[in-house]
Write a protein that binds this ligand. Sequence first.
Ligand SMILES: [Mg+2]
Length: 227
Amino acid sequence: MTREFILGVDLDGVCGDHATAFKYVVAAERGVDPGSIPDQQTWDFTEWGLDRAGFEELHRRAVLEHRMFRSMPVITGCAESLWRLSDAGVSIRIITHRLYTNWGHSVAVSDTVEWLDANSIPYRDLCFMGEKADVAAHAYIDDAPHNVRALRSVGASVLTFSQPYNLEVEGPRAQGWVDAEQWVLDEILHTGRSVAAPLQLSTDPISRLGSPLAHGGELGYDTDSGH
Ligand SMILES: [Mg+2]
């Protein structure tokens, strides 16, 4: 057994506040105040009156014109928890399905990498793929009900990052990154590994990438919810 513990971490809805970012895009495109649009409650955005074609067109504009993957708010505590886990010996493998369309790959990938740096999120691997089990992590954190179920169906250990659209999913669930960090530490111990003692560093972990928050959000997000 390899001693390294690999944590598979989803981006949208786990590290990045996709629901808020996309709501601001919808508001901008409709010329209305974001506050007039309800929070996302369902996976397919039916509360925003979007059918599949409507979603796909707005999503394309969100990525290519509003540069949503570059400006998305980070979910509260994400970078701090991932740095602590990284310092504890966890190898962080980001896994995202952001290339599921056949357009805009250059923007999607480059904005994703820029966003990770701008928000000081540590990672060793960055995987753009839908079949998350194929990356062979020891544990996963995801918010999408279909991903959680698919991973569990092949025996993977998965934590559901709680969002309004996944409340029916059973099993371990985190209300935020405090919960998620503790679950990962417990998972490490369950596999018979030990957790490395924290490094005694003089710098704030999330400043170690040397990149202050570069984008406050071109869409001018007003959020303190972190979700
Ligand atoms: Mg997600």
